[in-house]
Design a protein around this ligand. Structure first.
Ligand code: NAD
Length: 300
């Protein structure tokens, strides 16, 4: 069997187009432009790249982008002061604080200072609680992107055996909640799970969010299963030349693709969906803030 490749790059482009069309209508008909504020503290190189690309894509869909780059040694008071101002600013509909923060800043305290209605990352405890109780809130972007791809491929997910590997607050836990919300039978596996291979073999849907290069081999996969590989791992690629690297997922792509029914590649799978969902969340936050109908089909 050769798996269908779930092309996240193309899907994300469709989501961004649909967000852009909605934004254009909002601006033209209501004079409202959704705005996303991104806060970066310090000089983490990966975070710098993410923030720059988020800003660029925000502008590309016609939204306003507000970038706030703070010094590495910024105080908690300074950061909380900025969040207060963004919370109060009517031009800002979404606020994202790029993680990880420098060690001296408490991420929970900072995230929970964001107005939950503007928490487009969906990490505020209120949004976590809303998701856990099946109420409408803001859903974290990476698992939301995974769910969109699964729904697009399968239609209904009811009754499917879903296994999520990883229990982080950012990916694993909200992913499991979303799949439960779709009436899957959900197992969350993690670093202490016994017989992980046996657990994974049950999965009609596997979501791997671990951060260990190619840890899931093809012979763990149930024939025909759908594999969503969230992992982004940089490994040495001597075949490309000395010192060169490449990106791989948490699943061994070739062997998994030989057994699975569908699979997301790395790169080009889940990754591009994350920023597209961030933009979709910002649009949703803007519509809610203005008591306008929400964009359809984007948010569970
Ligand atoms: P994390 O380090 O917070 O969590 C990893 C989880 O994996 C933990 O819950 C841990 O219990 C589990 N784990 C560790 N070793 C294990 C093992 N041997 N067997 C089973 N489970 C094990 O990571 P995270 O933030 O959830 O990210 C996971 C991966 O997803 C990383 O590679 C990250 O780069 C990637 N990621 C991608 C996107 C995207 O946009 N595509 C977004 C977020 C994270």
């Amino acid at each position: 069997m050769t798996a269908t490749i779930l092309d996240g790059k193309a899907f994300a482009a469709r989501v961004r187009d649909s967000v852009a069309a909605h934004v254009a209508r909002l601006t033209e008909e209501k004079g409202i432009t959704p705005g996303l504020a991104v806060v970066l503290v310090g000089k983490d190189p990966a975070s710098q790249v993410y923030v720059t690309s988020k800003g660029k894509m925000t502008l590309e869909v016609g939204m306003a982008s507000f970038e706030h780059r703070l010094a590495e040694d910024s105080s908690e008071q300074e950061l909380l002061g900025l969040i207060d101002r963004l919370n109060a600013d009517p031009a800002v509909h979404g606020i994202l604080v790029q993680l990880p923060l420098p060690e001296h800043l408490d991420p929970d305290l900072v995230i929970n200072a964001i107005d939950p209605a503007k928490d487009v990352d969906g990490f505020h405890v209120s949004n976590v609680g809303l998701l856990g109780t099946g109420q409408k809130g803001m859903v974290p972007c990476t698992p939301l992107g995974c769910l969109m791809m699964l729904r697009d491929h399968h239609g209904s997910l009811t009754g499917k055996e879903a296994v999520v590997i990883g229990r982080s607050n950012i990916v694993g836990k909200p992913m499991a909640q979303l799949l439960l919300g779709e009436s899957c039978t959900v197992t969350t596996a993690h670093s202490r799970t016994r017989d992980l291979s046996e657990v994974v073999r049950r999965a009609d849907i596997l979501v791997a969010a671990v951060g260990r290069p190619e840890m899931v081999p093809g012979d763990w996969i149930k024939p025909g299963a759908t594999v969503i590989d969230v992992g982004i791992n940089r490994v040495a690629a001597p075949e490309k030349g000395e010192g060169r690297t490449r990106l791989v997922g948490d699943c061994h792509y070739e062997s998994c693709a030989a057994v699975a029914g569908a699979i997301t590649p790395v790169p080009g799978g889940v990754g591009p969906m994350t920023i597209a969902c961030l933009l979709a969340n910002t649009l949703t936050a803007c519509c809610r803030a203005n008591a306008l109908p929400e964009p359809e089909g984007m948010i569970p």
